[in-house]
Design a protein around this ligand. Sequence first.
Ligand SMILES: Cc1cc2nc3c(=O)[nH]c(=O)nc-3n(C[C@H](O)[C@H](O)[C@H](O)COP(=O)(O)O)c2cc1C
Length: 500
Amino acid sequence: MLSYRFREGVHVDSGENAVVITTPYATRLNSIRQSLKIEDPSDWLKILLHDLSARGVNRAQVFSNNDPLSAVAVHQELLDKLETFYARGLLFVEISGLKGAAICLDPVKPPLQRKTVPVGDYRIKLSKFVRVQPRVDGLQITTPLATAMVLLKDQRLFPILVQLVSACDQTSFQEALPVDLLEHDEDVVSLLLSSGVAGVCDGDGVVDIDKDAVDAGWTPEDLAFHCHTREQMIDVCRDPSPPKPVDKQQFPAKHQRIILSTAALPEPSHNHHNLSFFQVVRERKTIRAYHEQPVNAGILSDFLWYSMHIRQEIICDPGLSRAYSGLLRPVASAGALHSIELYLCINRCIGLQPGFYHYDSSNHSLGKLSDLGEPCLQMMDLAAASTCRAPQATSVSPGQGQRPDVLVVMAARYGRNASLHQPTGLSYALILKDVGSIYQQLYLVATALGLAPCGLSFGSSELFEQASGLSGRLECSVGEFMIGNPASTHGFESGSAVVV
Ligand SMILES: Cc1cc2nc3c(=O)[nH]c(=O)nc-3n(C[C@H](O)[C@H](O)[C@H](O)COP(=O)(O)O)c2cc1C
């Protein structure tokens, strides 16, 4: 038997002249649930809506049109409405056998496209991006691309998962079904295809719904992260236990670290940088080869000041219950949260001891955390090793990876970001965007100062954790950047701004 009922979170409000169906869906920016208004509903439609809200509707009843009182037009109206509800992701579909509910389709967002069994010979297979999670009532099957999830409730259906790992034709699919569900084989296939967790295979065994993602080389992890953080429509009724809110006081805007000692930085200079903004933009490039003469504390001070110092602490969204403290810095940050801290592995810098430092962006000073220990040396070696990955031959350092004078490590305070963004689920995505913003800031400031800048792709959270002595759940490294004095082949005066 195949039946329909409204999914969790659908609410029907019947008025005198209209019915309003509140959906479980809202947009990320507007949390008011979307609704559907039906003017002047017929009595038949009201009965259908009532049944869909209560015990559910057996498809055979709606499709049979046995009731002599119901005109053909009425019957068609009900079928049309049912299709509308299905497409809007409002209907929970259940196929049952002798042991009760066997397989269900539970929509996660609209639109849902009903797919029927293909004509002729066909082979179906699970999407490569499928995720199977055990639940108390069965196995839940989802993919980031699917607009519905499938629930396998009857354990006798679990073997079809194994079957569907490889391309499966109609006969072998039927063989995997319990006898009492055989009469529903086409419904089960249609349910799997409509949900988007399975698709029809091409000659190479690629599922139709996966084709674009497979051709573009998407990994399941990236696709899940992308879909989760970029979806417009969200389901506001599903999660029964929202996570514990993050205590804002625990993650204040200004971040102080326990340090061994403070190294004062020279006052930032305000008058000797001669490049105009547009010249800086034109000159910006990656330089991976360094001069024997290292950078000095003055230029490092300017580099940090013009990139990351705290200009002001502000209250964001004042007057709202979610008001929080934010920061203004030369670099932009989503929501003014500035959850990224700079740590420096200082290898060589005139005027500063080698060591591992935290940049105190409020006091514009460096807090020493340790000498350059093994984890820091390994971070610098990793940086040097990834230097040779430059795509432009002329830009590759001939030494294939010199240790930089200073390796800047960007570390995210996840909790600070989550104190605002846990409900939207965007914390990590926004952290990565902030990192991109900082990379560009560091590139431009370094160029203006005549330094050799190089952003890096590879970094190790484990090494940072060892160097910083902090749990990676509190602060995790999310980006690395090298600076030094450019080798003279790059035409810069070492450690000073280019004068044009
Ligand atoms: C996010 C990011 C990651 C990068 N990763 C590396 C890297 O691992 N190794 C490297 O040598 N250069 C790296 N670079 C520098 C790029 O290779 C460089 O920007 C690119 O080749 C273009 O050259 P240009 O910066 O001189 O315009 C990175 C740049 C960015 C923005």
